[in-house]
Design a protein around this ligand. Structure first.
Ligand code: ADP
Ligand code: ASP
Ligand code: MG
Length: 411
């Protein structure tokens, strides 16, 4: 029998009725002969509620991170139990599996743990015996038995890891959109579903803000060659639901110059003013950020002119602004700068496409489209298959729409 992993996100298990609809899909697959492992998220809104509760109880301090994970993991525990009950109501054999019961072993980085080992033997034996296994997404356990979570949106990663551990023939991610779109369909009505997307493009889209899939789930699917599909849990069972298939680049027939547009408001800009124009200054700045374990994304250095000092701009994720500032201020004597300014009212907007490797003029089209809307660019970063710009956050939606049109993506 073929093995199948079906993952249902927060909205797809948001109410008992939604769970019943999802369970009907599971039953259809099981009746068709698949050995099914289900991965569930917490019910929509539940993880946020628990995060707020933890904050009220004093979470945030490093010494409470382990207990925050114990709390957050309860969201998935509740949905797995409810889902298993509902499956039993359909006549299937089913049971819930928490991360630790299924053998999802992780590092001890609470709140952003990485899966270090996942032995699918027990889970595999259970589903091959005809029982549906309902695994809690988002959570695992350290070697010394503490509960961890994988980072927000991490149930996608649990699903792909389960599919890899089970050597499943397919991993289906059911969500509230019917696939991966050319951009977030919530902000661009003319966005359209992409039939097939390469792992490389999806990895860029996800890491640059398209939250339809967790970045590390795409990374793992690419590394383990897990056939991954994103599809809707809202299409009526029996109706066509093609979704989006993630696949290796060589299986994409038609190479598009730009495949999608992504945005994130989760980045903040830090400006260092009045830096001495001597070799080694940038090295000192980034040494102290590295020591504080802070990831830097975009970097722009403007050289000194006519006796002035140099300035440097870089971006970090919103959650790390205060730590980044503190780390730099602590090294003020060593770096020797005049002032530091943090600005959170910025967004990063990116265009992504494999065709950029072989076509020129993408930056020109992008910058012209933004200029025509009067949007100025504060920083730029590029890779082989993407260009990102930093702009004022009030222009985010305008910029995404303008780029979507400029690259011919409107449906
Ligand atoms: P789930 O709870 O099922 O994991 P998420 O909310 O994490 O669902 O992800 C689905 C959401 O991702 C969609 O509702 C959509 O608004 C958003 N999204 C952002 N970018 C894209 C994109 N390019 N394609 C599809 N959805 C996107
Ligand atoms: N429940 C977790 C979250 O909301 C994990 C997930 O849904 O993927 O982030
Ligand atoms: Mg998600």
């Amino acid at each position: 029998m073929a093995r199948l992993v079906m993952k249902f996100g927060g909205t797809s298990v948001g109410t008992l009725d939604r769970m019943r609809a999802a369970a009907a899909r599971v039953k259809a697959e099981a009746d068709a002969g698949e050995s099914v492992a289900v991965v569930v998220s917490a019910m929509a809104g539940e993880t946020n509620r628990l995060v707020d509760l933890a904050a009220e109880a004093g979470a945030g301090a490093p010494e409470t991170r382990d207990e925050t994970d114990v709390l957050l993991a309860t969201g998935e525990q509740a949905s797995a139990a409810l889902f298993a009950m509902i499956l039993r109501g359909t006549g299937l054999k089913a049971r819930s599996w928490q991360g630790w019961q299924a053998g999802v072993q992780t590092t001890g980085a609470h709140g952003k743990a990485r899966i270090s080992d996942f032995d699918g033997a027990a889970l595999g034996a259970a589903i091959d015996s005809g029982e549906v296994a309902v695994l809690t997404g988002f959570q695992g356990m350290t070697e010394d038995g503490r509960v961890t979570t994988l980072g927000r949106g991490g149930s996608d990663l649990s699903a792909v890891a389960a599919a890899a551990a089970l050597k499943a023939g397919r991993c289906d991610i059911y969500t509230d959109v019917d696939g991966v779109y050319t951009t977030d369909p919530r902000i661009v009505k003319s966005a359209h579903r992409i039939d097939r997307i390469s792992f490389e493009e999806m990895l860029e889209l996800a890491s640059l803000g398209a939250k339809v899939l967790h970045t590390r789930s795409v990374e793992l699917a690419a590394a383990k060659r897990v056939p991954l599909r994103v599809l809707s849990s809202f299409v009526e069972l029996g109706n066509p639901n093609p979704g989006t298939l993630l696949c290796p680049e060589d299986q994409i027939m038609e190479e598009r110059i730009v495949t999608g547009v992504a945005y994130t408001r989760d980045e903040a800009k830090i400006t260092l003013l009045g830096l001495p124009e001597v070799p080694g200054t940038a090295a000192k700045v980034f040494a102290c950020l590295a020591e504080a374990d802070i990831n830097v994304d975009m970097i722009v250095q403007s050289p000194a002119r006519g006796g002035e000092h140099a300035n440097m701009v870089f971006t970090v994720s919103m959650g790390e602004v205060e730590r980044a500032k503190a780390a730099i201020i602590a090294a003020k004597e060593i770096i020797s700068f005049k002032d530091i300014v943090a600005d959170e009212d910025v967004s990063k907007v990116s265009v992504i496409g494999l065709g950029m490797r072989s076509h020129s003029g993408v930056a020109h089209t992008m910058f012209s489209a933004l200029a025509s809307k009067g949007i100025s660019i504060e920083a730029v970063s590029t890779s082989e298959i993407k260009i990102s710009v930093l702009i004022r956050s009030e222009y985010t939606e305008l910029a995404v729409r303008a780029l979507h049109t400029a690259f011919g993506l409107d449906a």
